[in-house]
Design a protein around this ligand. Structure first.
Ligand code: BGC
Length: 763
């Protein structure tokens, strides 16, 4: 095929090449019929196939397809195998609906719980998000259908999403905002990557050579095509130069002409255009290897959506009321019991094949119990006391009240961010009033991201986070409430106590065209750990109807080389009376490092199913990257010799076992001592130290003399300070300037000479 593509490119006119790099319509690429190049059809994504009936039109009406749970719910499964199965099902629907590339998944970080599209993203943790994205991509592509990993990169808010510049330092970008993409790209090789709307450090992602060429294509070896988000291209020529292969949506005749003219005038090298043409042709032909026709099995896929939703439900709190049993009268309260809120608004909106109505599903499992219903809250934001009153009297007369509370779409959707973490005023008042009348009150939440609960959580008996759970989610809720399924989901993001506690709070959502990622590496649990701050529910939290004990934690070696990695094993026992699944999490803590690091970071996890009394040994591999951090001065991932703690836990706040290991770094880092290096940096670098050590004592003596007549034996000089504490953080050249009178040559020259020695030793 490669050879054919080269031949085709040779036969293409400049106009045909330029046209190929822009869509023919909102959802199709440009065919070149005379050369046998077909069109390729793309559709949203990510949790279902939104195949518009008419691909020539940019309208939202789409053909029926299975609406699977959204990413928040998917991520709560922590199950890469299940996401693989989901991917296979999505591919089958793509094949049946004539779709070549599915526009998803999204692997952006949940920087703030206010992000309007958080329901479409997996996690606040890059490792978890990367693993899940890779599983899904692999599943879809195993059936010969493409994916588009989006939105690359730093697309973490909706406010001014088409124009804002995410201002992110390099280390934060490498350690937090890029690794999920990196992992998914290296592991699962998505056919396409969708660039984000926003700018990154002043440059549109659609024009960023640094992102699209230096990192994505060259460093990570991405071989597919980069497609723009819909309408993300501003200057087509600049975007081609920046590595953006395909502009969507089309048609954009003026842009195509601009490309032709730019090549003719020499402004754009034709080789750059050819490279994009080659990448597009490669994917277009690959897409056509699988014929698109047939049907998908609606029931089978609904069942899969059901299964995934049950695995993604997170039981946040339970005083023992759940699973429900022997309740003769169940009061079901809340609009979302009748009108399931199972997906978010915007481009991911699916036209479902069918919908499991939560109330009906509950009734079907309730046996002989009487089940009554009150709406509880309206569909709009109005306050309706009479609805609360009605709910209260219903709840008071029952044995248990189930409150189905959905965050309305005017509060959460693609296109705008949330303004707060709150449910509506009516919903909060409803929960409080019902809980007062009925101690056995269970709250079932449908939302895409954390909501505040402090006002009422202590008044209710249980809370089930059911997320935007897909079209079959109503059945999954009923299964969990009645104990037909033992809940096993765990939170892929922290639930904060209040908005002002959140990491990005004072840097959100930015203004004047920029949003500063001032919290740096410290998003999600990394932030709450560093601040030792209490949260509502920690990252990784989720209850079960059984209990698990962890024991016998082991590491493969107490001392190991970074390149060899480490195997961590732990025994997990089901200590309860029913079967269940536990998600075991492995975090790594670096005891000492040159640059500040988060207290701990998730580097491995496993989900294990256990019968009552059963024990299984869980084994988790940790590789080089589990211990490394990105050093901006070296511009690479580095490991440092020293001790690391391996923390094995049931959540970020529930560490059950701890092992300490010693890492031996195999890296030989280039010397980065320069004229600005401080004395401490000279002494920390092996070459710097070798060169400076003979002079160090002399510098120290002079320093102490200057600050009041020398050392009095306690290390503190007369001036009341420790001179070397101050000097250590000054550049060598500045210290020597102060000591110029004691030197035989100008301080500058002396440092230049020392630097030459350092670089000679280093060679
Ligand atoms: C969204 C993308 C989506 C595209 C096509 C954009 O507005 O950001 O996620 O794939 O539209 O619908």
């Amino acid at each position: 095929m490669k050879k054919d593509i080269r031949t085709i490119i040779k036969q293409m006119t400049l106009e045909e090449k330029a046209a190929l790099c822009t869509g023919a319509s909102p959802w199709t690429t440009t065919p070149v019929e005379r050369l046998g190049v077909p069109e390729m059809i793309v559709s949203d994504g990510p949790h279902g196939v939104r195949r518009v009936a008419d691909v020539e039109a940019l309208i939202l009406d789409s053909l029926p397809a299975t609406c699977f749970p959204t990413a928040s719910c998917l991520a709560s499964t922590w199950d890469t195998g299940l996401l693989h199965r989901l991917g296979e099902a999505l591919a089958k629907e793509c094949i049946a609906l004539n779709v070549d590339v599915l526009l998803g998944p999204g692997a952006n970080m949940k920087r703030s719980p206010l992000g309007g599209r958080n329901f479409e993203y997996f996690s606040e943790d890059p490792f978890l998000a990367g693993e899940l994205a890779a599983g899904l991509i692999d599943g879809v592509q195993s059936k010969g259908v493409g994916t588009s990993l989006k939105h690359f990169a730093a697309n973490n808010q909706e406010f001014q999403r088409f124009s804002i510049s995410a201002e992110v330092d390099e280390r934060t970008l490498r350690e937090i905002y890029l690794p999920a993409f990196e992992k998914a790209i290296k592991q699962a090789k998505p056919w396409t990557v969708m660039c984000a709307y926003n700018k990154l450090n002043g440059t549109y992602c659609s024009e960023s050579h640094y992102l699209l060429v230096d990192i994505l294509k060259n460093e990570w070896g991405f071989e597919g095509l980069v497609v723009s988000d819909w309408g993300a291209v501003h200057d087509r020529v600049a975007s081609l130069r920046g590595g953006l292969d395909l502009e969507m949506p089309g048609p954009q005749d003026r842009r195509v002409k601009a490309v032709v003219e730019a090549v003719r005038s020499g402004e754009l090298d034709e080789a750059v255009l050819d490279e994009s043409v080659q990448r597009i042709l490669h994917i277009v032909f690959k897409a056509k290897e699988v014929p698109k026709n047939g049907k998908f099995n609606i029931e089978e896929h609904h069942d899969l959506a059901h299964r995934i939703a049950t695995e993604g439900m997170v039981l946040l709190r339970n005083n023992g009321i759940l699973p429900l049993s022997d309740h003769q009268h169940i009061a079901v309260i809340g609009r979302s019991a009748e009108h399931a809120h199972f997906q978010g608004g915007g481009s991911s909106h699916i036209n479902p094949t069918k919908v499991a109505v939560p109330f009906k599903e509950l009734q079907a499992r309730a046996g002989n119990a009487e089940v009554t219903y009150a709406e509880g809250y309206p569909s709009d934001n109005s306050f309706r006391q009479e609805m609360i009153d009605q709910a209260v009297s219903l709840a008071g007369a029952a044995d248990v009240a189930l409150l189905y509370i959905a965050l309305p779409s005017f509060k959460e959707s693609e296109g705008y961010d949330r303004q707060d973490l709150d449910l509506t005023e009516q919903q909060v008042a409803l929960i409080k009033a019902v809980a007062k009348a009925q101690p056995n009150t269970v709250v079932v939440l449908n939302n895409g991201a954390p909501v505040a609960m402090s006002d009422w959580i202590d008044d209710v008996a249980a809370v089930l986070e059911a997320w935007m759970m897909g079209q079959a989610g109503g059945a999954a809720i009923a299964d969990v409430l009645f104990g037909r399924v033992n809940p096993s989901g765990k939170l892929p993001e922290t639930f904060p106590l209040k908005l002002s506690d959140t990491p990005a709070y004072i840097n959100w959502p930015g203004g004047a065209g920029k949003v500063h990622y001032g919290e740096g590496l410290f998003i999600g649990y990394r932030y709450y750990d560093a601040k030792e701050m209490p949260v509502l529910f920690p990252f990784g939290h989720g209850l079960s109807y059984t209990t698990f004990a962890y024991s016998n934690a082991k590491v493969s070696a107490p001392t190991f080389k970074d390149v060899d990695g480490l195997t961590v094993t732990v025994d997990v026992t089901n200590t309860g009376r029913i079967a269940g699944k536990e998600i075991v999490q492995v975090y790594v803590h670096d005891q000492e490092s040159d640059l500040v690091r988060p207290e701990k970071e998730l580097k491995g996890f496993a989900k294990v199913e256990l019968q009552p009394g059963e024990t299984k040994t869980v084994s988790i591999e940790l590789d080089f990257r589990a211990f490394a951090y990105y050093h901006p001065a070296y511009k690479q991932w580095v490991t440092e010799n020293g001790k690391f703690d391996i923390l094995i836990g049931a959540s970020a706040a529930d560490i059950r076992c701890r092992e300490t290991v010693t890492l031996q770094s195999t890296l030989t880092l280039p010397c980065i001592i320069d004229k600005e290096s401080t004395i401490k940096e000279w002494m920390a670098d092996p070459c710097g130290r070798a060169v400076l050590e003979p002079l160090y004592r002399q510098i120290e003596t002079q320093a102490r003399k200057m600050f009041g007549g020398g050392d009095h034996g306690d290390g503190v000089a007369e001036a009341g300070m420790d001179a070397m504490e101050m000097m250590n953080d000054m550049p060598l050249v500045s210290v020597l300037m102060f000591q110029q009178s004691t030197l035989t040559m100008p301080a500058d020259e002396m440092v230049d000479g020392l630097l030459r020695q350092v670089h000679d030793t280093n060679r």
